[in-house]
Design a protein around this ligand. Structure first.
Ligand SMILES: [Zn+2]
Length: 253
């Protein structure tokens, strides 16, 4: 019998039969793992209501007779993001990040960098240390770095000029190429996403700096809007077609 223990955050929870829950955890030590929590629905005592999103748990799972599905045997809350749970906007952002992670990582592959990024940003919006919108841009761009879909923001991918050396403020992003195109190279192409030089510079800052420096960013209002729109389209293109939680964010935002 195999036993696994790890800090974990819930990614997804579904009801199974009358009394059980099937839960997908993002674990620090073993990546994404799905387990069954028997009698969790019926008996509140069993897991003392800790099987809720936006908390970090310490969990223990063992393999049952059916080796495919692990059985959750212990779950203790180690950290609760109480402000996220109380605030619908914070919940919506946290749900969006949860969905990005759930849709893009493989089962049982350890992803400590993603776990650390996720935990850190949940903690920062929970404590009101940075705005949800800035946190959202930082989460998405750094997530893209870690999973190897880093958008190339330094040079025009056609003429190879550095963005600082390009005339004018207006540049574009070719989502299929995953790279910048300058105005001269873009011509009249309407499919590329317009991005101002100022926005690109702010994105580069949060993309490449050490996380503590990146977190000090003060987005200008316009760049914030442009960068938000850009990152959501970029992540949507590379990670999943459409996010339920993003739709919800748009409805309440
Ligand atoms: Zn160019």
């Amino acid at each position: 019998m195999k036993t696994i223990s790890s800090p974990a955050i819930i990614l997804k929870k579904i009801e199974y039969g009358d009394s059980d829950l099937i839960i997908t955890f993002f674990t620090l030590n073993h990546g994404k793992i799905t387990a069954i929590a028997k009698y969790a629905k019926k008996s509140k005592k069993r897991f003392a209501s800790v099987l809720e999103p936006f908390g970090e748990l310490n969990i223990v799972m063992t393999s049952g007779r059916n080796k495919e599905l692990l059985i959750l045997t212990e779950a203790q809350l180690s950290h609760s993001f109480t402000e996220i749970k109380k605030n619908i906007l914070k919940t919506a952002y946290a749900s969006y990040w949860t969905e990005i992670i759930n849709k893009s990582i493989e089962n049982s592959v350890t992803e400590k960098q993603i776990y650390a990024l996720f935990y850190k940003l949940l903690n920062l919006i929970d404590k009101n240390i940075i705005s949800e919108t800035a946190a959202n841009i930082i989460f998405q761009i750094r997530f893209a770095n870690i999973v190897g879909i880093k958008p190339d923001l330094k040079n025009c991918c056609l003429c190879k000029r550095e963005i600082n050396g390009v005339k004018g403020e207006k540049l574009f992003f070719d989502i299929e190429k995953g790279a910048i195109v300058c105005e001269a190279c873009n011509g009249g192409d309407k499919k590329n996403i317009p991005l101002f030089k100022g926005t690109i510079k702010q994105l580069l800052w949060v993309q490449d700096k050490e996380i503590e420096k990146a977190l000090k960013i003060k987005f200008t209002e316009y760049c914030l809007r442009q960068a938000t729109d850009f990152m959501e389209r970029f992540i949507g293109y590379y990670v999943a077609k459409e996010f339920k939680s993003l739709k919800f964010l748009k409805e309440i935002g």
